[in-house]
Design a protein around this ligand. Structure first.
Ligand code: CTP
Ligand code: MN
Ligand code: MN
Length: 507
C-alpha cells in the first residue's frame, strides 16, 4: 500500500487578519484558534468541519501557525501525531492544546469552545532520549476492540452506558422500523445499540468503531451525525413525525400493540379522547384496564415498590404453600432502579402444582382487595412437544399478567407517584410465571432478560453449538438429547459460555 510521506508544512507566520475567516461568518470566540489536522481526517471532512465550526463563530486556521491555540486531530496514534507536530510545529507547541476530535464535537454541540478536559488531550508519548519507549496511549478506545463479540451473551453489559447519545438515537430508529413492520432494520439498530451499550468507553470518533461488530453503513451514518452535530437529523425527523408520535402514544397503553395502534391511526384517530369517543371501537378487557389505570402504569415502578410487592406476593404464597419460593426476575434482577412492571417467578417443589400455586396467589390478592386486573393463562407446557424449532414469543408455562393496587404505607420511602397525589395508593403492572421445578433454570434465564441478551443466547446456541434454547429447555441437535440444568450456570456451561451475572445482561 502506498503511504504518503509526512511532509512538514512550510512555516509561514501569519497575522490574524490574514487568516482565512470567511466574511459572512461572524467570529464569536476571538481567543480560540483551531487548527484541524488533515492526516487521517481527510481533506473533504476537514473542509466540512472547518465550515461547520466557522458557521458557529469559531476561528479555524488553514495553516498551523503560532496563532493556533487548539490543534484537533482524528489520528489516534499519539506518537505519530506528535512526531509530525514536532517536525512542522511552531515554537509555542508546548502551550498548544493538542486535542482529540471529541473536544471539537463537544464544542460544536455546546456551540462554544468546550473546556479542555483530560479525556480530550492527546498526550505526547514520544520517548525522551535515553529512556525506553513508553507504550502508546490511544485516545479511544482504551481496550482492544477486536475482542467485542457479535453475540450479547459473550459481552458483559452493565447499566452504565457510555454511549447513550448513540443508543438513544438507535432506539428511536429501531422503534420507527418496528412501526413500519421492517423487522430486519429494527433488529439491526437494536443490535448496534446493544454493542455500544457493552463498551466500557465512549465512542469519540468513527475511527474507534472500526473493529466493532454489528455496525452497518446506516448506523455509522447516524453516529457520524451525532458526532458532528450532537444529534441525528433522521432521528429528529422521526421524533417530530405525527404518525410516529401517535403510534408511540397508542402503544404506551397496556394491551395495545403496533397493529392496533396502526389501525386506529389509519382511522384518523390521534389522541386518547379520539379513541374513547369513537363508538365503533371495541376495547378488550386488557385495553380498558390500560386506559383506566394509564396514569399509574405509564409511570415507572421503583425498586422499593418492587420489593414491597415481593413481600405481598411472598405473603400470599406462604399462607397456602409454605414450601413455595418467590423470586424477583426481569429488569429488577438485572439491577435496574426502575421498571415498566415487576416480574416474579414462583415455584413449588411439587411437580404439577404450578397452576394451582398461581391460582392460590391470585385468590389471596383478590381477598386482600389488591387485584385490579388479572389475565391468567394456564400451563400448556408439554415436554413431549419439545424441542421447539421456531422460537415463540410466549412460553407455555402457567402465568398471569396483573395490575395490582399498592398502598403507600407498604412501601419504604413511599410511592413513586406524582407530587400532590393524595390517594395513598397506585396501580402497578405485575407479571408472574410458574414453571415446573425441573424447568426453573430455563424459565429464570428467559424471564431475567434482557430481550436482546436472550435473543443472542438462542442465536449463539443455534449457530455456534447446533443447540436449541428457549424458556423451557436446551436441546442438543448433535447428541439428539435434552441437556438438564438446575441453575443458570449449568446452561452457560452446556453452551460453553463464560457465566454472565444478571447485572451484566443489560444488553
Ligand atoms: N419474557 C418472556 N416471556 C414472556 C414475557 C416476558 O420470556 N411471556 C421475558 C422477556 O423477554 C424479558 C423478560 O421476560 O427478557 C422481562 O420482560 P419485561 O418485563 O417486558 O422487560 P424487563 O426487562 O423486565 O424491562 P422493564 O424493567 O421495563 O420491565
Ligand atoms: Mn419487567
Ligand atoms: Mn414483564
Amino acid at each position: 500500500m502506498f503511504h504518503a510521506p509526512i511532509v512538514p508544512r512550510a512555516r509561514k507566520r501569519l497575522r490574524p487578519a490574514e487568516c482565512s475567516v470567511p466574511r459572512h461568518d461572524e467570529v464569536k470566540f476571538e481567543d480560540v484558534r483551531v487548527y484541524l489536522v488533515e492526516r487521517k481526517m481527510g481533506r473533504s471532512r476537514r473542509s466540512f468541519l472547518t465550515q461547520l465550526a466557522r458557521s458557529k463563530g469559531f476561528v479555524v486556521e488553514d495553516i498551523l501557525s503560532d496563532e493556533v491555540t487548539h490543534v484537533v486531530s482524528e489520528d489516534s496514534h499519539a506518537s505519530s501525531l506528535w512526531k509530525w507536530l514536532k517536525e512542522c510545529a511552531p515554537k509555542n507547541l508546548p502551550d498548544v492544546n493538542v486535542l482529540d476530535i471529541s473536544w471539537f464535537t463537544d464544542s460544536m454541540r455546546e456551540g462554544r469552545p468546550a473546556a479542555v478536559e483530560t479525556r480530550h488531550l492527546i498526550q505526547d508519548t514520544l520517548p525522551t532520549e535515553g529512556s525506553p519507549p513508553t507504550p502508546v496511549a490511544t485516545v479511544s478506545p482504551p481496550t482492544p476492540v477486536a475482542t467485542v463479540s457479535q453475540y450479547a451473551c459473550q459481552r458483559r453489559t452493565t447499566l452504565e452506558n457510555h454511549n447513550k447519545i448513540f443508543t438513544e438515537a438507535f432506539e428511536v430508529l429501531a422503534e420507527s422500523y418496528e412501526f413500519n413492520m421492517n423487522e430486519g432494520q429494527c433488529l439491526a439498530f437494536r443490535r448496534a445499540a446493544s454493542v455500544l451499550k457493552s463498551l466500557p468507553w465512549a465512542v469519540l470518533s468513527l475511527g474507534a468503531t472500526q473493529d466493532l461488530p454489528c455496525l452497518g453503513q446506516h448506523t455509522k451514518k447516524v453516529m457520524e451525525e451525532v458526532l458532528y452535530y450532537g444529534r441525528s437529523f433522521e432521528v429528529d425527523n422521526i421524533l417530530s413525525d405525527e404518525r410516529f408520535q401517535t403510534l408511540k402514544l397508542f402503544t404506551s397503553v397496556f394491551g395495545v400493540g403496533p397493529k392496533t395502534a396502526e389501525k386506529w391511526y389509519c382511522r384518523g384517530l390521534r389522541s386518547f379522547s379520539d379513541i374513547l369517543a369513537d363508538r365503533s371501537i371495541h376495547l378488550n378487557r386488557m385495553q380498558q384496564s390500560g386506559f383506566l389505570h394509564y396514569g399509574d402504569i405509564s409511570r415507572a415502578v421503583s425498586k422499593a415498590e418492587a420489593l414491597s410487592l415481593r413481600n405481598i406476593i411472598d405473603g400470599a404464597v406462604h399462607a397456602i404453600t409454605p414450601a413455595a419460593a418467590v423470586a424477583l426476575t426481569g429488569g429488577f434482577r438485572r439491577g435496574k432502579e426502575f421498571g415498566h412492571d415487576v416480574d416474579f417467578i414462583v415455584t413449588t417443589p411439587e411437580l404439577g402444582k404450578e397452576d394451582r400455586l398461581l391460582l392460590n396467589i391470585i385468590d389471596g390478592l383478590k381477598r386482600q382487595g389488591l387485584l385490579l386486573y388479572c389475565d391468567y393463562q394456564a400451563s400448556t407446557f408439554d415436554m413431549a412437544k419439545l424441542p421447539n424449532h421456531r422460537f415463540k414469543a410466549m412460553d407455555n408455562f402457567s402465568k398471569c399478567f396483573l395490575i395490582l393496587r399498592l398502598e403507600s404505607s407498604q412501601v419504604e420511602g413511599g410511592l413513586h407517584s406524582v407530587e400532590g397525589d393524595s390517594r395513598g395508593w397506585r396501580a402497578v403492572r405485575v407479571d408472574l410465571v410458574s414453571p415446573p421445578l425441573d424447568r426453573y433454570a430455563f424459565a429464570l434465564m428467559g424471564w431475567t432478560g434482557s430481550r436482546q441478551f436472550q435473543r443472542d443466547l438462542r442465536r449463539f446456541a443455534r449457530a455456534e453449538r447446533r443447540m436449541l434454547l428457549d424458556n423451557h429447555a436446551l436441546y442438543d441437535k448433535n447428541k439428539k438429547e435434552f441437556l438438564a440444568a438446575s441453575t443458570e450456570k449449568d446452561i452457560f456451561a452446556h453452551l460453553g459460555l463464560e457465566y454472565i451475572e444478571p447485572w451484566q445482561r443489560n444488553a
